[in-house]
Design a protein around this ligand. Sequence first.
Ligand code: PLP
Length: 661
Amino acid sequence: MNAETDPSEIIQNERYQAKRNWTIADSSMLYGLDKWGEHYFAINQKGNINIQPTGSKGQSLDLVDLVKELKSRNLQLPLLIRFDDILEDRIKQLHLAFAKAISTYKYEGHYQGVFPVKCNQQRHVVEEIINCGKPWKFGLEAGSKTELLIALALIESPKALLICNGYKDKCYIETAILSRQLGRQAILVIEQVDEIERIILASKELGAAPLIGIRAKLSTRSSGRWANSIGDNAKFGLCVPDILKAVEKLNDANLLTDLRLLHFHVGSQINDIAILKDALQEAGQIYVELKKAGAPMGYLDVGGGLGVDYDGSKTATQASTNYSLQNYANDVVATVKDCCQSNNIKMPILISESGRAIASHFSVLIFDILGTSSVPSYVPKIQDHESLIIRNLREALSFINQVAKDKNPDHSILQEAWNDAIKFKDDALNAFRLGYISLHERAMAEQITWACAKALTDMLPYKNSLTEELTNLKSALSVTYYANLSVFRSAPDTWAIEQLFPIMPIHRLNEKPDQLGHFADLTCDSDGKLAKFIGNSQVKSLLELHQLKPNENYLIGMFLAGAYQEVMGNLHNLFGSTNAVHVRLANNGGYKLNHVVRGNTKSDVLEAMEHDPEQLLERLRINSEVAIQRGSLKIKDAQRLMDHLETTLRQSTYLQEEKGL
Ligand SMILES: *Cc1c(COP(=O)(O)O)cnc(C)c1O
């Protein structure tokens, strides 16, 4: 819906829709599923959400059936369901988009992405990504020592890149150098000036050099939420004079031949593609200069930031993006090509560190509703000898009901009727105070007033141009749905509210949702609320929901929730005892549960992410043996590597400690 749409036309449409039978197409439109769901989610004829990882022509799975069966396996709600097929498809789509752009623009180079581990550190998730990404030699990006350890242990393909970002102490640097000897494509990205000396020292000490990258601090500004992480005040990256100094120092230390990569990161969830273009042009020029200064180069890493359209609006707003995946790939490819061509320079291998765009869609959080509360709005039966006040109120109500039949009711008449109702209710209160009416009658007066309000708001379309008071009436009458979700109780200032995720019922989508509500957890404090929902053009404070049915669970899904949920207060804090399952669709229309991760609280972070430290070390030990046999790693150095890894394991604190997210 755009701003030019005539409101009365919308009213007409919506009244029309209310009259005819509600269809699943109406639900799809109302919740925006057809816009944010990509091809992964649809509504089936039963009115349930269908999961269809490869689109409507591929296999599909009824989400409600799945939840029921999981529950019968004693996997209680709330439940985090990860659809690994969707994760696989995301990786595929990303590569297809770049492949298409590369062929369209006849780019002379290829794309080779990495997944930033901080985006979802769960072992099963990272393993799945490595597995699905094999055909493209998809690699990993590490932002801290612990992430480097995870990445080193999990990467299998010797061609896959391992981008080493974040704060680097001696141990981190040595680990990266030794990983190269281990046969990994580890590229150490210089983010701070003082790292250069440490890299030079470590290289001398080990008699081996790392592959080196430089992170540029661009002057382009981001409009995204992490806008402060770039620009002149950014915490990471070298400004142009520092880059030149770095080249000089590397040259003096005979390390310039190992300078292979230029990296930049404009921030997460880039909303506006224009920002990316500016950054690409600036970085492209710096790349050219580095090449001219004698560095072999070869890689341009455009960082993360590829956005997700959470509200499906395709706009440059916080919960959306004004570009598609293909637009993104096209811009990266075309801009870099232009820059290289006009400077007569070989086009680099393109890297992106897209986290959110890969890991958002595959995970769905399902919770149920324990109960609702709302103001009573049913009309009490007519009794003998009702007082004048009650009769007045009844008259106001029947007047409103009369107007409601009108095709195009006059708003000022409605407002007047409401004013009358409010006045009569105040009269009732006064009369009660003075002893003229009974408590019973006062209760009736309140009920009829709410009934008036209900009759009025029922007439209101979802979007309307009514007076503020009538609009506020809607929220006064809204229903609180008590969600069976500990997230709001345990998250100190509820990150989940900051980030807008599409939220909608996963069944009954062939019934018209006739309530407006928001979610609260059982503590009922102000932080325990979920009252921001994606709307057609703006954030809504109330969501259209169904009335609860006796003896039937009402199931709600929070979608696109797979990226950064750990960051939002750490998975084990945030979701307390949430169970997580990994599901793969099977050929026969069934499915396979690949992993069941029982929710429980663990103190150790690595273990909380399901990584087994012993297993990580064991894998690396085996890898070291292979490298020693091959002659690329000395036994002494292998020992040193294992020492570093063990130290890192012992020290490991929060995985994302060094990321200023
Ligand atoms: C967070 C981060 C990313 C991932 O960003 P997305 O927006 O999730 O793609 C990539 N690179 C760096 C350096 C980061 O800090």
